[in-house]
Structures are given as C-alpha cells and as structure tokens.
Design a protein around this ligand. Structure first.
Ligand code: ADP
Ligand code: MG
Length: 385
C-alpha cells in the first residue's frame, strides 16, 4: 500500500449494527472495524468509511449512518465525522491526515445493489485507495463491495484478512482429518453446503432438524419431527456422494424426543427406531454425542455451522452445548483448529460459553454459508485482481 499520508482511503466496513430505541444493541461489527480504521488513521490517511445500513427503500433518517458516527467514535476512541453524499467532495477536502469520517449509507443510491458503474464512479471520486474490510458483505457484488475494487487500487483490511486466513485454515488447506458439523433446521437451506463438504471433509456430522430428513431417507420413522420428506432422495444422493468421496457421515443413533415444542416438557431419550408417531426429535442423544466427541478427538480441523438441536429451548440445548464444549477443550489443548459461523450457531456457542475458545467464530452469516458452499465471493475475488 506504501505511503498513504494525506491519501483519502475508502474503507468498506459492515456498520449494519442492530439498533434498539436509537441505541446500538450489539456493537460486534463496530469493534471488528477498529484495527483497520485506526491503523489507516495512524498512518496518516484520511479515512472515509463506507457501509450499507438496513434495507432502505428511500433515504430516510431511520437508515442514516449519521446515527452511527458517535457509537463508532466510542469504540475507536477517536472523533468520527459524518459526511453526506451532498457536498461530500467539499467536506472531504476539509479533512486532515488521520481524520476519520463515515459517509452516508451506500444503499441511499439505488444503483449500489445493482453495481451500477455510475455509482461506482460516484464512490471512487472521493477516494484515492480502496480497502475492503467487510467479509460479511463480500458475497454481494455491489458497487461498494465489488465494483469499486476494479476502479481504485484495492486492498484487504485487517478483519477481512483474519477472516480469510481462518477460512483458509479450515477448508482451503486444512490439516486432516477434517470434521464438519452441520445442523440447523432444514436440509433445503444447506443443500449446497452439504454437497460441497462431502468432497472436502473426512467426517460429516449431521445434526439438528436436517438430520431427520437423512434418517427418513434411511427408512427411519421420524414421527412428527421437522422433516423434509420431499428431500429424502436428495439426502440419499448426498449420502452416496459422501461414500464415493470417502467421507464418513455421522447421523444420530439416539435422540431426545417430546410431544410438544415447549420449555422443559416431558422427554424421552430413545434409539432413532423407537420414535413414536406423535413425537418430535428435538435433540441428538447423549450416546451419539459421546461418539461424536470421540470423532472430534481424532480430528485436527473442525468447521461448524448449525446447532445440533432446538437449542433455544431447554433441555434441547444439551447436545449442542456438550459438543461445543468438547470442541472448545480440544482447541484450547491445541489439537484442533475450530472455525464456526452462522447466526444461530454463534448464538448457540455464546449460550454454551465457549465462543471465545474456538479458533475463529465468523459473524458473517450469508457470506460464511456461501464460503461453506465452496463459492467464490465476488468481494474477495475483486481484491485478488
Ligand atoms: P445458522 O443460523 O447457524 O445457520 P440455522 O438457521 O440453519 O442455523 O438453524 C437454527 C435453527 O434450527 C434453530 O432455530 C433451531 O431451533 C433449529 N433446530 C435445530 N434442531 C432442530 C430440531 N431437531 N427440530 C426443529 N428445529 C431444530
Ligand atoms: Mg439461522
């Protein structure tokens, strides 16, 4: 990047933080932006932060990034100016080296999401260099995430680098054996993930609601469980692809069932072949969890997306918590590189109290899933050239 003193650097961050009553309710994304912004400021750049915020249909105060300047300033420990797209050139001209400003919501331009060259030009006009630090937005080919990287000299920010590095260690060039834990509600939302993973990992651990579809494909009567009966052929095809690729698929053989989806209802722990017609599978059973812990013990790398059970409702968090604790302990001992991602997965790991013990926890959501599908993310690709 060289000498950037006095250069205007457009930094794409993800400042799309949740707000409650005008206050930022979770500042994770703001904190993720700190290393890159402060480093550029320390190096004497005029730092211009670009981000989307919400899904505005029109430019309204509700979606204005003006309200994020102060919260961002708090976590940076430095002043942050707000610059509207009207009169932006004049405002940028008044910045001194090291100053930090947040530009207005990129989605106030209709062409942002269409990657409109005119909008790309509009953004690029105020900057000399571009830094993309928002992995979580990199699965979208938008003007501020992709188009602009072709127009200005483009670099990866620190958070982006850390994310790419962790993902590379987990699936790019991992140490084998590699295990993947895939759970969550439905097979249909993770078909591409499963299809990609069977060619990449040595052990595929399937839990959550989606395991029911695989069990049904194997002839198990899953009663009233969440199950996509129309996808049993697809599940069967994934199992065959796994066998052909030498990937061992682990399905639960004991499960926790209940007749109602409520907190602490009467439950039974049964073999998968003993689920009654009026029962639902809501968690993986303890015997299976113990066997899965043994699988993790022989593995060197783990990627995890999706909870093993309906973890929001006790006691159906048990399998997720137990397996997460095992993965965390193995990571602390240095025998496992563990990477996890997904909205509910991050919540589940926080619930288990072990998110900090994993090698890397991605908060990227959609981008993380697309990466698990083996897709090239346009925002990342554009940086590479
Ligand atoms: P992520 O957000 O981490 O990608 P998903 O959204 O795919 O994860 O899945 C999370 C959801 O799956 C949770 O709401 C959880 O309650 C649900 N779930 C997990 N196991 C079951 C099950 N056996 N039956 C019904 N829902 C389940
Ligand atoms: Mg989810």
């Amino acid at each position: 990047m060289g000498d950037i003193v006095g250069k205007a650097v457009l930094v794409r961050e993800d400042l799309n933080v949740p707000m409650k009553d005008g206050v930022v309710s979770d500042d994770t994304r703001l904190r993720a932006a700190v290393p890159t912004i402060n480093e550029l400021s320390d190096r004497g750049a005029k730092v211009l932060v670009l981000s989307h915020f919400g899904r505005p249909k029109a430019p309204t105060p509700e979606f204005s990034l003006a309200q994020i300047a102060e919260p961002l300033s708090q976590v940076l420990g430095r002043p942050v100016r707000y610059i509207d797209w009207e009169g932006d050139k004049e405002a940028v001209a008044t910045l001194r080296p090291g100053d930090i400003a947040v530009l207005e919501n990129t989605r106030f331009f209709g062409g942002e999401e269409k990657n409109d060259p005119a909008v790309v030009k509009r953004f690029a006009a105020v900057g000399d260099l571009y830094v993309n630090d928002a992995f979580s937005a990199a699965h979208r080919a938008h003007a501020s995430t992709e188009g602009i990287a072709h127009v200005l000299p483009a670099f990866a920010g620190r958070a982006m680098e850390a994310e790419l590095d962790a993902l590379q260690k987990a699936l790019g060039a991992p140490e084998h054996p590699v295990a993947a834990v895939v759970g969550g509600a439905k097979v249909s939302s993770k078909l591409d993930v499963l299809t990609h993973l069977v060619t990449k990992v040595d052990h595929l651990i399937i839990g959550g609601g989606m395991a029911n579809t695989f069990l049904a494909a194997r002839g198990v009567d899953v009663g009233k469980s969440l199950c996509e009966h129309d996808l049993t052929d697809t599940a069967e095809a994934i199992l065959e692809a796994a066998a052909a690729a030498n990937c061992t698929v682990h399905l639960p053989y004991d499960v926790v069932v209940a007749k109602e989806f409520a907190a602490n209802p009467p439950t039974r722990t049964v073999n998968v072949h003993e689920v009654a017609a009026d029962e639902m599978i809501l968690d993986v059973g303890p015997a299976a969890v113990e066997a899965l812990a043994d699988v993790l013990k022989i593995c060197r790398t783990l990627v995890w997306n999706g909870p093993m059970g309906a973890f929001e409702i006790p006691p159906f968090d048990a399998a997720t918590v137990a397996l997460a604790k095992t993965a965390a302990a193995l990571t602390r001992e240095g025998s496992l590189v563990s990477v996890a991602g997904g909205g509910d997965t991050v919540a589940a790991l926080n619930h288990a109290g072990v998110a900090g013990d994993f090698s890397f926890v991605s908060t990227a959501g959609g981008a993380f899933l697309e990466w698990m599908e083996g897709k090239e993310l346009p925002g990342v690709k554009a940086l590479m050239g």
